[in-house]
Design a binder for this molecule. Sequence first.
Ligand code: NAD
Length: 421
Amino acid sequence: MSVDNLLDSALVRLDEAASHLKIDPDVIERLKYPRETTKVRLMIRMDDGSRKSFLAWRCRYDDTRGPTKGGIRYHPDANADEAETLAFWMTFKCAVMNLPFGGGKGAVQVDPRKLSKAELERLSRAYIQAFARMIGPDRDIPAPDVYTNSMIMGWMADEYAQIIGQPAPAVITGKPVTLGGSLGRNDATARGGYYLVRHLASELGLNGSMRIVIQGFGNAGQHIASLFAADGHKIVAVSDSGGAVVAADGLDLDLLLKAKAEGLSVASTAGQANHELLKAEAVIGVDCDLLVPAALENMIHEGNADSIRARLVLELANGPITPEADKILASKQVVVLPDILANAGGVTVSYFEWVQNRQGYYWSLEEIHDRLRATMEREGRAIWNIAREKQLTVRSAAYVQALSRIAESIEAHGTQAFFTS
Ligand code: NAD
């Protein structure tokens, strides 16, 4: 499925969840479309003196449950449809975790690897100049996503502070700790998924040492590898945009992390230790217990889903499995822990960061981990139980849970039945 119709394919999940609930038609009418999407052209001065423009978007999908929340992605293929779809998913993800947020998302169409550091800073500040009136600690709160990081969030928070004339750290999460960021934000997405798998392991029949395959070896992929490896599980294959490596008796994680720290692909480790080269696309077919997609959308589709040999898939990436592939996996009895639950650790610790910024009182790393673990276990267990009771996939159960919470908030303003009675 092409990225052009990503929102349509996401809305299939909305209709499916609605079919399991009694909800007012107002709810679907409200959730079918994003509330607000703004497109701008950012103009920046390049190092060689020329001017260059970049397309950028910010979408606030729905704010019924609170200010919108969602990352900013820098990617050459970024587009409005993708930003709106990611904002839709954020709406559901925040509701799944019962956070007091709606969903938003932002993007810039750029390959950040082709910019100098100074150009990257100018672009990031230009994004905030363009969207300063749309964002705000009580309105819309950005965060990092693909190819954006804590330093970029720091520049953005600083630009916002200059525009409004005072520091407002709660406007953006994922900042460096020294600039009001939260301890534990860096590995929060992976850690949330890790806590979830650990909590449900016995229900999933995964009590012993697991063989794990990871697709995408950036922030989420590297951290999940480290967390599971520390518990004695084996990482048997990993990929990134430059290729993949495989080793049936376990890859050397230090070697992989060193390659990434030097800006190299994991494929550069082939031939060292026991690492064998593999095509990036082949990684999902490697025999394992747990497959972790941690790259981009639509990587598992009708054409390759049947090759999956894992028993469990943990979606750290957003939207890595198309609806068609979902059906194939369900028929193969592969359990999928869906993105809106599996990778919600990131937005949960972002919420903790926002709370700490607003209260001006900061928690220890241990407190963050305890609160994250408790939230993942509470919401993960609730969804697991819905799946069992209603005989649904975990994804459908997560959408049912989120939709019933959002519907309750929308219906609290009055329904068609209320206004016509
Ligand atoms: P990142 O930019 O740090 O890493 C992305 C990785 O994917 C890189 O290693 C890249 O090489 C790899 N990749 C790109 N194309 C690939 C391909 N065709 N095959 C294999 N690998 C490929 O990004 P990230 O922050 O780790 O995010 C990864 C996914 O997780 C995204 O879908 C993102 O939306 C999602 N996510 C991230 C967070 C977070 O806090 N970082 C939170 C929620 C969801």
